[in-house]
Design a protein around this ligand. Structure first.
Ligand code: PAF
Length: 298
């Protein structure tokens, strides 16, 4: 078992301590101490390789609680057989430094053996029907089962009052919100706006896979989602317009995986009468599969 305290000295000479815990006993002990003091706890689960989007989740978390817990766990259950978990970027030292700067109180860094002691095959899982099914759920079979299972388990370990998730992963946020509602978990889910490059490209750990050339064409995804959002304000041929947007994305040098106009909560294909819409899209840019979305009120 390893529990350590890392700290950062700020320019005004104040020192900020962050506890780093990699086992369940020490995690629970700290959480219990905070609970006994009546403190409110916010949680930011991550898979590491942190960027400004993750840090915005920690910043938001501070607004809702007295203590902020983050986790870094590259969850094997949410990777498909054809997805290279071994090459997923692991940058624990710089991640820790960023979390300290963001005044995170506790970082939980479990191993797969701690989260799945019986192995993945024998692990109880959580599956959220309907919202998990299409889009990324279709392109990455089993992905959302892995996400909902690990988030459920992490929620049980951390027992937060609130948890923050980035809206770049819009479908994931709907899956988590549905799980929390269906299983009566007493946790407020706080969706946090996507952080973007000046080009409009949504920040993502996957952007690290992009070459300089690919970085130039990658913004075509968000640009064409924007284009589609403008079009659907005056035209209800959602399917035809989405097909045109997919062609534009492909012509820019990406390969569209999907682009759909959906009901913002159910994620079903939008109908003419729907007022709250989300455009969901994914496209390959070289080796990287990028996802993005935009909400539109009609
Ligand atoms: O969004 C992510 O980084 C992951 O899907 C999450 C929520 C940390 C679960 O592993």
């Amino acid at each position: 078992m390893v529990t350590s305290q890392v700290q950062s000295t700020f320019s005004n000479n104040t020192v900020y301590p962050m506890k780093v815990v990699n086992n369940i006993t020490d995690l629970r002990q700290t959480i219990n101490e905070w609970r006994l003091q009546g403190l409110k706890i916010a949680f930011v689960p991550t898979m590491g390789n942190l960027h400004a989007g993750h840090i915005s989740l920690v910043t938001e978390a501070h607004k809702h609680a007295d203590k902020v817990v983050a986790s870094i766990f590259v969850n094997p259950m949410q990777f498909g057989a054809n997805e290279d978990i071994d090459n997923y970027p692991r940058t624990i030292e710089s991640d820790q430094a960023k979390l300290i700067d963001a005044e995170t109180d506790l970082l939980f860094t479990p191993t797969p053996e701690i989260i799945y002691p019986k192995g993945l095959d024998k692990q109880t899982y959580v599956e959220v029907p309907n919202v998990s099914d299409g889009y990324c759920g279709e392109s990455r079979p089993g992905h959302f089962r892995g996400v909902s299972t690990v988030v459920c388990k992490l929620f049980n370990l951390v027992q937060p009052d609130v948890a923050c998730f980035g809206l770049k992963d819009y479908q994931q946020v709907q899956v988590i919100e549905t799980m929390v509602e269906d299983l009566s978990m007493p946790i407020d889910i706080i969706p946090v706006e996507t952080v973007r490059e000046a080009s409009g490209l949504a920040l993502s750990s996957r952007n690290g896979y992009l070459t300089e050339e690919e970085l130039k064409v990658a913004p075509a995804l968000s640009q064409n989602i924007q284009w589609l959002a403008e079009q659907i304000k005056n035209n209800t041929d959602f399917i035809g317009l989405a097909r045109t947007a997919a062609n534009y994305i492909d012509n820019a040098g990406l390969k569209t995986d999907y682009i759909h106009v959906c009901h913002a909560r159910t994620l079903q294909p939008a109908s003419e009468d729907d007022k709250e819409i989300v455009i969901l899209a994914a496209a390959f840019c070289g080796k990287a599969r990028l996802i993005d979305n935009l909400r539109v009120s009609l």
